[in-house]
Design a protein. Structure first.
Length: 424
């Protein structure tokens, strides 16, 4: 059976192509059914995220990539020549290696990001519930989840900060060992602030307050993380509550000045405040860094942390690829063994059929009064001849034709000794 991956991602296709080929959750089950009905794929799974669309298939009919490409265009109502140049196609071991890399975060926009594994698991659960997966994809994806877990456990692929938001939270965790007792005030409501809120929430922050010019936007971010939304005009009043401040707005002028922060510190009785200014131009006046009990970091300060994190993840990625390569070969060995299983079953069936036929013959002879020892000897002789006749004929023919590789294979298969070979 052939394993096939056909897809595109953030490396191969621009966003306008990617968004036209995504699969919403409401259409995936129908799409899976359509794949198996309109192509030679017996098993199918669809992984669709903002950064990638991939079809994973298993087919007894061999390479069905052309049919899948045409199906993809037909399903989305797009001529395949408009996106074909953005597609990649992997088969068998390369398809397995690609999936292991994807699930381990080695093919992500942010190297080592953990969200993709949950997305792969969700795609498998959907396909499995819809009857899209069978023996091959079922085994492949269970194997994948195990390998991705090993990559996370045995390497540092996800431990180093590789975004400014991640770096900010990592520094906060160094200053405050227990985030569950701290309050974070996030200024702005863009992607960076949302990412910072996500990291803080994942690390058990006590409270999150989101301040923004548009309260509705602040609320949409805050509610995702059990936070509280305020208007930017209310910021000064809530600043004394802040153990951590992360600011990232598009304001042309500073939002927090030295006087505002100084007054907040007095109300806090000089408990330390960790402040991160990710904005360009700055949201927090540089003079704030001169205050005692304030730890102020700018985007430039954090960039060194990010660069170091990227170097660390690159080293971990090399270790992770060794794990991926090892387990790719392990899975392909299992696939290759499936052919042997079928051959062994056929071989045993043939031998058992021959045995049963000769046993029935022997039983008839015994019922007719023929001596038991004569019947047993004849049974053993006939059974030996029946089982060895065809292999013996083919081995003699191989010897005449000089097919030494077949003779060597037979020697290994039947574990013949050198003495037995010389005497035959």
């Amino acid at each position: 059976m052939t394993i096939l991956t056909l897809g595109l991602n953030h490396k191969t296709a621009p966003v306008d192509i990617r968004e036209r080929l995504t699969f919403g959750p409401d259409v995936i089950v129908g799409a899976l059914r359509s794949i198996t009905e309109q192509t030679s794929a017996e098993e199918a799974l669809i992984l669709s995220t903002c950064n990638r669309t991939e079809l994973y298939c298993a087919s007894e009919g061999g390479d069905c990539s052309a049919a899948l490409r045409e199906w993809l265009g037909r399903f989305h109502g797009i001529e395949s020549n408009l996106f074909a140049q953005h597609l990649y196609c992997h088969q068998d071991s390369e398809a397995v290696r690609h999936l292991l890399r994807v699930a381990s975060g080695l093919d992500s926009m942010v190297l080592g990001e953990p969200q993709i594994l949950g997305q792969v698991k969700g795609a498998f659960q959907t396909a499995n519930a819809a009857g899209g997966t069978g023996r091959m994809l079922g085994k492949l994806f269970q194997h994948t989840f195990s390998v991705a877990k090993q990559v996370r456990t045995d390497t540092a692929i996800g431990s180093s900060p590789v975004s400014v938001a991640f770096a900010a939270v990592s520094l906060a965790r160094q200053i405050f060992s227990d985030l569950s007792k701290q309050t974070a005030v996030l200024v702005g409501a863009g992607e960076t602030i949302e990412l910072a809120a996500r990291h803080l929430h994942q690390h058990g922050i006590g409270r999150i307050i989101v301040a923004n010019r548009t309260v509705e936007r602040a609320h949409s971010v805050a509610q995702q993380f059990d936070g509280y939304a305020i208007a930017l005009t209310e910021l000064a009043g809530h600043l004394p509550e802040a153990d951590i401040v992360v600011s990232s707005t598009a304001s042309p002028l500073p939002i927090l000045g030295k006087g505002t922060v100084e007054r907040a510190l007095k109300k806090r009785r000089h408990r330390p405040m960790f402040m991160v200014d990710i904005a360009v131009p700055r949201d927090i006046e540089p003079e704030v860094g001169e205050l005692r009990d304030v730890y102020l970091y700018t985007v430039d300060d954090l960039q060194g942390v990010v660069n170091e994190g990227m170097r660390s993840r690159q080293q971990a990625a090399e270790q992770a690829m060794e794990i991926v390569d090892l387990h790719t070969e392990e899975f392909m060995a299992w696939v290759r063994s499936l052919g042997a299983v079928s051959l062994i079953q056929d071989f045993r069936s043939h031998a058992e059929s021959t045995r049963d036929h000769l046993v029935e013959r022997a039983q008839r002879q015994l019922a007719a009064g023929k001596p038991a020892d004569e019947v047993v000897c004849q049974l053993a002789h006939l059974l030996t001849n029946k089982l060895l006749h065809s292999p013996s004929v083919r081995l003699r023919r191989a010897g005449r034709e000089g097919r030494n590789e077949l003779l060597e294979a037979a020697n290994e298969l039947f574990q013949l000794s050198a003495e037995a070979k010389s005497g035959s």
